[in-house]
Structure formats: structure tokens, C-alpha cells
Design a protein around this ligand. Sequence first.
Ligand code: NDP
Length: 484
Amino acid sequence: MSDRVPFTTNDVGVPAPSDSHSQSVGPNGPLLMQDHYVIQKMAHFNRERVPERVVHAKGGGAYGELEITEDVSQYTKADLFQKGKRTPLFLRFSTVAGELGSADTARDPRGFALKFYTEEGNYDIVGNNTPIFFIRDPSNFSDFIHSQKRRADNHLRDNNMQWDFWTLKPESAHQVSFLMTDRGTPRSWRHMHGFGSHTFMWYNADGRKFWVKYHFKTEQGVENFTADEAKALEAQDPDFHIRDLWTSINKGDYPSWKVNVQVMPFEDAADYRFNPFDLTKVWPHSDYPEITIGRFTLNRNPENYFAEVEQVALEPSNLVPGIAMSPDKMLQGRLFSYPDTHRYRIGANYNELPVNRSVAPVHSYNRDGQGRHNNPADPVYAPNTVGGAAADPSFYNDGDSYNVTGEIVRSAYTLHKEDDDFAQPRALWEKVLSDGERANMVSNIVGHASAPEVTADMKKRVVEYWTNVHPDLGAGVAKGLDVA
Ligand code: NDP
């Protein structure tokens, strides 16, 4: 038997009657309802897809390992961040707006989402390749994404709609600036940085609290495509980034990133010059320098794209003792929306799938539901007196608690001294970009806003938006768009 291929079976191991022929009344006759083998095959095929992610649909990913090289126990007690610790991980990269078959090299932010399989349970950092985002309140999220996706009438993407939203939301200027530099079209996933983007809380074994931001710095160096190169690849190889990652790992060329953090003492947040929880802002390095705490490497490709990349369920709500949320409103919104999307896409028991399963033992009282195969035994409730698991609050030593008071309102964040939607993109333009990068940023904006659907009135608004970032940038865009 061992040198023969295995025989085909149905899904419960019963030998298949044929790989080629349905059961019919005579060779030319109609087919039979009783051919349950073929009926199972057809019915299962109809159910092969789960709903694609409404954002970040197209992506790729790989397994790897995090190694912590520095002692940061004064900031966090999280086991995965203790010096010398090695933790397995999965990293999923993605574009944001395109559908599952869309081109990898499109101008878009890139998702950079990590799942760490720690001994204290799963810890996920669901970030992007930019340290910031387009909006600061989750109530705008679905509107923002609708403006980046397709029109209702002709099902086309529409740059006029995109600029309409962006120019009405000046807080978007920082992220749109990043998007319109050549970092909006990275050469590969290996050649870009990742960021946790949000502010998170760390607390140490004594319960002392800090705010942190994560920066994952590519050790391959940042490399980008020009707009023309990226456009050409959209046609030549829409899967360019998936192919690049899979091929390099397959040949043993393992990409790696340095893990850096910015750490802000808890008390600094109240009167820091920028609102430190506003997702459209960075913390300037001169205030909070990056500290390197370790690195991670990707060293193993998934074996099954659907099972691992399509069904991996990343959620910022997966936090471990020593790490907690901050009052960043976008983070608060994502704590709900990410697990909710997984429950919708792959069912309530998505955490039982191998790619999502914790390596730490699970003693949860959540039970049953579609697809459940690892149901906890009795007792089925807590508290109980029959030896079932009991919660142990000492893991958290009140590190994640802090005092908040205020009226219940619907309001923008309170402004801090230097909060301004244009100041940080202006700093990017003035002190970070080279002359060549500035020229490309202008031509990338002009190219995007020159799409035939962008109206003359919208072009004026585009010029005004960029003039607010910097007059030279506005002038360059005005010239390119032929706006007086
Ligand atoms: P710094 O000069 O200390 O830092 C500038 C940062 O920009 C560096 O992290 C640099 O890191 C990154 N950078 C370099 N070239 C580009 C580029 N073409 N596009 C995007 N980022 C780039 O200044 P500040 O910390 O005061 O920040 C100034 C501005 O830099 C900010 O307003 C923000 O727009 C941008 N920035 C700031 C970051 C932060 O966390 N403070 C992070 C990233 C950008 P590298 O070359 O390795 O990417």
C-alpha cells in the first residue's frame, strides 16, 4: 500500500465511488439524488468561502519568533517582554481597501498584525505600517471605509469620494501625507516598518503604570516603489507581495524587525503637548526616544492559506497581564469590532482553530456554539464548589485600573497645548522628507487627484488641504492640478 497514492474518501473516511463520474440512469441518463458522495462534494464547494474581511481582505503572513534582549521589567511584568524570553508568533500583512483578489502594490496603508502565542495566553498587536491613522473616533470608521471602497451606483472606486471625506476631516492630513509619499507603495512587506499605532498601557509587578507605543523597524531597510513601478506591478503580478514573502522565507532568507518602544510615565499624559491618545498623532522622538527591547524574525511559511492566513483572527482585545488598553477612542472601538468581525466571519469558536489557539491552557466557561469540539467538562458554571477553575485577580494586581471622572458627552478630545491637525504632517514635510521625497509626494497627490471623476471644485479643496500642511506643498499641488 505504501507506494500507492491513498484512495479518495468522503469527509468521514468512507471510500469514494469515483473521482470522475456521477451516478446516472444508464451512461446517458439523468443523475440520481441518492448520489450522496457527489452531493456532499457540490454542497461543500458552495460553502468554501467565509465572508471576506470588510477591511484588510487581501494579505499574507508567516510564523516567527520574538526574542527580548533588554530588561524592561521596570515598565511591564508581561512575561513575553522579559529579558531572554522567546515567544512564537504569527504576522499577517495586508492592504486595507482592496478585495481578496486585489493588487498587492496598490497605494494603501498596510496592515501589520501580530499574534504572540505567550505562556500567559495570546497577545495581539494589530497595527499598520504607519504610526497614525486617518481618524480619531470610531464613529467615523464605517463612513471613512465606505469612502475608500466602491460607489453604490456603478461599483467603482472613486477618488472624488476619497478627497471629499479627507478634506472634510482635516485630522486625516497626517495619515494621507504618509500615504502620498512613496511609503504608500512599499517594495515589499519585508521592506517596511510596522507600528502598534495606538497608545497602550504597561504596568510592572508593583502596579506602576506607563503609556507605550510600539515601533517595529525593518532590518531589511525601508524600500519603496515609485507610483509608476507600483502601477506596473498591479498589472504584471497582483500577488507580488505574497510571492515575495513566501519565496524569501522558503529559501531561508528570513526577514526581521527590531522591536522598539516609546515609554511615557503615566502622569505625563495629562498635560503632554499633544494628546497622547489621539491616533492621528505621533510622540516626537525628542520627547520620548525609541528604546530597542528585542527583535523578531519570520522563519516559517503557512502550509494552508485559508486555514492560517484567511482564518487567523487578530484582535487588539487579546491582552496579557502587564499590558492594558488606553483611553484612545479608536482602540476602544477596535476592542469591540475586531472580535465581533471574527464571530461573524468564522463563528463564535474561532479561537479553537489551530492558528488562533492559545498555547496556554484554556479554562473558560464559554461553551457550545457552532463548530465547538473542545467543550469544557463539568462544572459548567462559576463560582462553584466542585473544583472548577476560579478567577485569580492577582495576575492584574490592579495595574490596569486608573481613575476617570467626567460628564457623559459626545465631544472631540480636549485639546492639548500643541494639538493641531496640520502641525505633525508639516513637521514630516519640513524636517523629515528629502527634496526627492517631497517631489514624489506632490506628484503622487497630483496623480491621485487628477482622476477623471475628481471635480474642479474638489481640486480646489485638495489644494487648500495641502496648503494647510505647508504652503510649498499646496503650491506644488496647485500647479500640478492647474488650480489658480
Ligand atoms: P524625528 O526626526 O525624530 O523622526 C522622524 C521619523 O520619521 C523617524 O522615525 C524616521 O524613521 C521617519 N521617517 C523618515 N523618512 C520618512 C518618510 N519618508 N515617511 C515617513 N516617516 C519617515 O522627528 P519626530 O519624532 O519629531 O517626528 C517628526 C515627524 O516625523 C512626525 O510629525 C511624523 O510625521 C514623522 N514620524 C514620526 C514618528 C514618531 O514616532 N515620532 C514615526 C514616523 C514618522 P525611519 O527613517 O526609520 O522611518
